[in-house]
Design a protein around this ligand. Structure first.
Ligand SMILES: O=C(O)C(=O)C[C@]1(C(=O)O)C=C[C@@H](O)C=C1
Length: 363
């Protein structure tokens, strides 16, 4: 006879004991966080509770220490949620994101802040900026670049118009699915809704599988999912959040043409972030319109061996300078090497705006 039932019982008994330990330890951790809040508020009515550099350090440490069998990222996600709950105990964090509900930006906001954050959908990128600037929310989340489609100009332009800075980044693997409702006639799909960027990211797959279906661009993937609910011959291309929100099922999974399709989002706010050990800095520079200007701008980075991760050009909107450059590079503005480069760039540029130094995305 098999001894499986005895083993199962004893294993479950062990799991119960471990859960009791985990429960006690999480409660002790939460109590510590509550005390941290007390320390932060002592004599400081404007205390800042969310500390991006500390969160990045906690998550990186967990990933380094993780012995398995759970994957490092999986373990960090669990700790992400514990920290999110601890922060909510100190003060619930309010985050505005580019909505509507069910978009990849909401998914990015939850990935970064955890499920205990209060997330509020906004209709446009500049509204996210305005909400943060007005103090109606603590932080904002906006998309900035996609690995297949490139930069999101709206976001860069908003930085030119606003006084807001960057206090974090989060990268999300984007998986698109072909979604249908329970009432959809699956063999009769003649119309597909999605955001233009998602259509572009799934073009080859659509050409191969649905060459004759009408492709209707809409304002977001979540809006596409919403429309499908009421039409028996339609499908939507959207992600998991939208599928869950509107109760749709996947007719085909991961239909993006490139398997490494990902989007980078920025956390906007107006809080300077101390060094975390692995940081990035973002700046906007206007150069005088003269020969060799770009070379002059890049030369100090090369000389100080600073690793530039992105360089974008946007037409200037002030009319005085023709172009401005958005530059991301590795390092923190408080590092002497980085401070030296920023000083040199400041002397060469017509204008320099430091958008912020912040921890490199961990999850
Ligand atoms: O270390 C802090 O400053 C805390 O508030 C504690 C804690 C945590 O739970 O580890 C919670 C929120 C902060 O964003 C960072 C870390």
């Amino acid at each position: 006879m098999s001894d499986a039932p005895i083993n199962l019982d004893s294993l479950r008994q062990r799991i119960d004991e471990l859960d009791t330990d985990i429960l006690r330890l999480i409660s002790e951790r939460a109590e510590c966080a509550r005390r941290v809040a007390e320390v932060k508020t002592q004599g400081d009515p404007k205390a800042v509770f969310y500390r991006p550099e500390r969160e990045a350090q906690v998550l990186r440490r967990i990933m380094e220490l993780n012995p398995g069998p759970l994957d490092g990222e999986e373990m960090a996600r669990l700790f992400r949620e514990i920290m999110s709950a601890c922060l909510a105990l100190e003060q619930p964090v309010k985050v505005a994101y580019l909505g509507p509900e069910g978009t990849f930006t909401q998914q990015a906001a939850l990935k970064h802040f955890g499920e205990s954050a209060v997330s509020l959908p906004m209709a446009a990128i500049d509204e996210v900026f305005r909400e943060v600037e007005a103090g109606a929310v603590n932080y904002g989340v906006v998309p900035v670049e996609n690995s297949t489609e490139g930069v999101i100009n709206h976001t860069l332009d908003s930085f030119m118009d606003s006084g807001m800075g960057i206090c974090g980044e989060v990268v999300l693997r984007i998986h698109h699915h072909l979604l249908v409702a329970d009432t959809t006639r699956r063999d009769k799909v003649s119309r597909i809704y999605s955001h233009p960027q998602s259509f572009a990211q799934c073009r080859k797959w659509l050409d191969a599988h649905y060459p004759h279906a009408e492709r209707i661009p809409v304002s977001s993937n979540a809006e596409a999912a919403r429309l499908v609910k009421t039409e028996w011959h339609s499908a939507a291309i959207a992600g998991d959040m939208a599928a869950k929100l509107y109760g749709l099922t996947r007719l085909a999974e991961k239909i993006e043409d490139r398997p490494d399709n990902s989007t980078r989002f920025l956390i906007i706010g107006n809080q300077p972030v101390p060094m975390s050990g692995e940081d990035k800095t973002s700046i906007v520079v206007a150069m005088r319109n003269q020969p060799g200007a770009l070379h002059d701008l890049l030369e100090p980075f090369h000389r100080h061996q600073i690793d530039m991760t992105r360089l974008e050009t946007r037409p200037s909107r002030s009319g005085v300078w023709n172009y401005v450059f958005f530059i991301d590079f590795k390092g923190h503005r408080d590092e002497p090497r980085v401070a030296a480069v920023l000083e040199e760039v400041r002397l060469r540029a017509a204008e320099l705006k430091i958008l912020g130094s912040y921890p490199q995305g961990v999850l």
